[in-house]
Design a protein around this ligand. Sequence first.
Ligand code: FAD
Length: 83
Amino acid sequence: MDVLISGAGIAGLTTAYWLRRHGFAPTIVERAPSFVTGGYKIDVRGTALDVLRRMGAHDAVVASSTQMQGPFSSTARATSSTG
Ligand SMILES: Cc1cc2nc3c(=O)[nH]c(=O)nc-3n(C[C@H](O)[C@H](O)[C@H](O)COP(=O)(O)OP(=O)(O)OC[C@H]3O[C@@H](n4cnc5c(N)ncnc54)[C@H](O)[C@@H]3O)c2cc1C
């Protein structure tokens, strides 16, 4: 069976990973010309951590943590943090 995945975001890449683990050879198409190399942190927790462990990627992801403590706005009068 041919499988086409539209989008190389976390959902598309994770889906491709698991399909490959189960014997499929999915093709991913991505409209962006390249991967984004910068941006904002994302918080990975709960079931996502379990999925990372099952993928064998947990330790590598933890090792690449930004250690960023919370969002802030540099344009606000008082810097706010939501933890
Ligand atoms: C500022 C911010 C902070 C966030 N913080 C968190 C967080 O802390 N924790 C968390 O879990 N989530 C967070 N999120 C949400 C998280 O980023 C999204 O839930 C997640 O990225 C969704 O992944 P996705 O793969 O479904 O979609 P996306 O990451 O949006 O990926 C979709 C991909 O598909 C591509 N695409 C779209 N249409 C087409 C097309 N027609 N053909 C080919 N390619 C296409 C896009 O270019 C993109 O690369 C945050 C989001 C933002 C904006």
